[in-house]
Write a protein that binds this ligand. Structure first.
Ligand SMILES: *Cc1c(COP(=O)(O)O)cnc(C)c1O
Length: 386
């Protein structure tokens, strides 16, 4: 049982509770319609996400992972192709590449933002480069203007992995509207989180949107005539109905996350943990509007795992995104990268600690998180002095 002072990393129920009646009536509407696939809520959600992301077209699919896979399938990525992608990301940003027989080329990250280090991009582009996948990590856009510029110079498509960053923007232009295609996830922990799996693709190219739909529907057109070998990847109507309710409240949820991020900044500073202290706060690029899917601090003194254990012992939830970079995963050993190849990626994996930042987190809970981190260091100092 959680104690009175415990703080969860995430409380989906608390976030959803105010909208219970809206969810119930949306679900009842789908039940009564009997249209469980391709229902009107799916069409509406597609146009709502397209509008929100300032993209012309949106195509629903079964998950963020499928969105990435479909994007690469529709781009004809296959054996012999190279795709540039960060190693400091979730597995799905990379498995979509290897699943199609193509080869990931891992790029290191900027230590401030944890996003692709754009200064290394040019040197990694070669004759086999068939796509670039910038990941907008933790709710903050990568330097997508520069990435798209470099990609355009080489005529290479850009697949934005915006799974964590719906509503994020760079130079006021939203994630998912910059590249050839944008990929979103509705996994419950994402900013637009459903009650199960779901995903969406955005694009400004009508023919490409049509191709994405073709691949998401078994490559079948017309019925029982298959043009290409696609997959079955659909966003079901129940999920779309739930997501439309959440979509209505997404701006408030983003505001909640932004408020919480600002408060952590002040609290950690006031606690004396930042200046000459053990905590490095997250850095937001001056051109970026972050939607704060995660709040990630760095503990650079080598005690990150002890801090995490101390938080857990005191009922405070935290997580490490990501403890093992993709180039060091067992299943990607054959790609040929090894420990030491991506120094900032590997350092981030050792130092990062993700703290609770969900929209309905309370001021008291945030105080408690910072207090427990402070207590760890006070008790640590006390131990050293003894
Ligand atoms: C969550 C996530 C995905 C995959 O989305 P699913 O809907 O869980 O399949 C892909 N990339 C990143 C960066 C993610 O965080």
């Amino acid at each position: 049982m959680p104690g009175p002072n415990s703080v969860p990393l995430l409380d989906v129920n608390r976030d959803n509770r105010p909208y219970r009646e809206e969810f119930m009536s949306a679900l009842a509407g789908v039940l009564d319609s009997g249209r469980f696939l391709f229902g009107p809520d799916v069409v509406e959600l597609e146009s709502e996400v397209a509008k929100y992301s300032q993209a012309q077209f949106a195509v629903g699919c079964a998950s963020g992972s499928d969105a990435l896979l479909l994007a690469l399938m529709a781009l004809n990525i296959g054996p012999g192709d190279e795709v540039i992608v960060p190693s400091f990301t979730f597995f799905a940003s990379v498995s979509c590449i290897t699943r199609l027989g193509a080869t990931p080329v891992f790029i290191d990250i900027d230590p401030d933002t944890y996003n692709m280090d754009v200064d290394q991009l040019d040197s990694l582009i070669g004759p086999k480069t068939a796509a670039i996948i910038p990941v907008h990590l933790f709710g903050q856009c990568a330097r997508i203007d520069r990435i798209c510029q470099i990609a355009a110079e080489h005529d290479i498509p850009v697949v934005e992995d915006a799974a964590q960053s719906i509503g994020a923007a760079y130079h006021s232009r939203p994630a998912g509207s910059w590249g050839t295609v944008g990929c979103f996830s509705f996994y419950p922990t994402k900013n637009l989180g459903g009650m199960g799996d779901g995903g969406m693709l955005t694009t400004n190219d009508e023919a490409f949107a049509d191709r994405l739909r073709l691949f998401a529907g078994h490559g079948m057109r017309p019925r029982y005539y298959h043009k290409v070998v696609g997959i079955n990847s659909r966003l079901d109507t129940f999920q779309a109905a739930v997501l439309r309710v959440k979509m209505n409240h997404l701006p408030q949820a983003v505001e909640g996350r932004r408020t919480n991020a600002t408060r952590y900044h002040h609290l950690f500073r006031e606690a004396g943990l930042v200046e000459d202290g053990p905590v490095t706060l997250p850095v937001i690029d001056e051109n970026a509007f972050s939607v704060w899917n995660q709040y990630s601090i760095r503990i650079a003194d080598g005690r990150r795992d002890e801090v995490r254990q101390y938080l857990a012992d005191n009922g405070v939830g935290s997580e490490i995104y990501y403890p093992v970079p993709m180039h060091q995963q067992e299943c990607f050993e054959n790609i040929g990268f090894k420990a030491g190849d991506l120094s900032e990626t590997e350092r981030a994996s050792r130092e990062i600690l993700n703290l609770p930042i969900f929209p309905s987190l309370t001021v008291e809970e945030q105080n408690r998180v910072v207090e427990v981190v402070g207590q760890f260091y006070q008790s640590g100092e006390a131990k050293k002095a003894a």
